[in-house]
Design a binder for this molecule. Structure first.
Ligand SMILES: Cc1cc2nc3c(=O)[nH]c(=O)nc-3n(C[C@H](O)[C@H](O)[C@H](O)COP(=O)(O)O)c2cc1C
Length: 199
């Protein structure tokens, strides 16, 4: 299929070998990330997604916070692989923290009581869409990234460090950087298992 968007989707993969060989400036990257979040849809156009973009030492500091939290719960003799993994995330040029603003969700619940129970679900879906939009935009710009979920371990320290509003709930984190290794081809389930087409 010849389709630029599908090509961009196929470029997005989980890249765990991240490096610092990126020619785009921090400003260009921040603009790209912001635009991807802004163009992502959200329930009732609520725009509950929030993102904190950490570059260079700020990103390192985030992963040091995560490392400290994990050190407190992972047995010392089993910590080496954990440490290597966290260092691999810090090896990139930055990390995006994806939040959802709980005040936005509460306001919607009040305004539209019949959808009360749906709004937290839609918030999660919207967050996933925003994460995916950013991930794909980065991939399309030649930047590697992966998706991590160390929340809620570092949430309080991160909130202190970067002055995150109390209503922002951390949902995921995305370290990014240069692609330092090829990624193996992905296997796919048979279409018959996943799709039904009626015409
Ligand atoms: C909702 C969601 C949660 C994920 N959580 C993690 C995670 O915590 N850690 C991780 O390394 N990868 C995580 N991934 C990445 C998946 O493992 C990965 O996307 C999948 O194996 C397909 O590989 P690809 O990204 O190269 O296409 C997550 C992906 C999704 C969509």
């Amino acid at each position: 299929m010849n389709n630029a968007f599908i090509d961009a989707l196929a470029k997005r993969r989980s890249q765990y070998a991240l490096g610092k060989n990126v020619s785009m400036s921090q400003e260009e990257l921040a603009t790209l990330i912001k635009e991807a979040v802004k163009q992502a849809p959200s329930a009732f156009n609520s725009q509950s997604a929030r993102a904190v973009i950490l570059f260079a030492q700020q990103s390192d500091q985030f992963w040091q916070i995560v490392m400290g939290k994990l050190k407190a719960i992972v047995p010392a003799d089993k910590f080496a692989p954990t440490e290597a993994k966290i260092n691999s995330f810090a090896a990139g040029i930055g990390t995006i923290l994806f939040y959802e603003d709980q005040n936005t969700i509460a306001a919607l619940q009040q305004q539209y009581p019949s959808y009360h129970d749906q709004f937290p679900i839609w918030s999660e879906q919207g967050s996933g869409i925003a994460q995916f939009a950013v991930w794909t935009a980065l991939a399309n710009a030649g930047i590697g990234a992966n998706l991590q979920h160390y929340n809620p371990l570092p949430d309080a320290d991160v909130a202190d460090q970067w002055g995150i509003p109390a209503s922002w709930k951390l949902r995921a984190m995305m370290p990014f950087g240069s692609n330092e290794a090829a990624i193996a081809d992905k296997t796919f389930l048979d279409d018959d298992e996943r799709f039904k087409v009626f015409s």
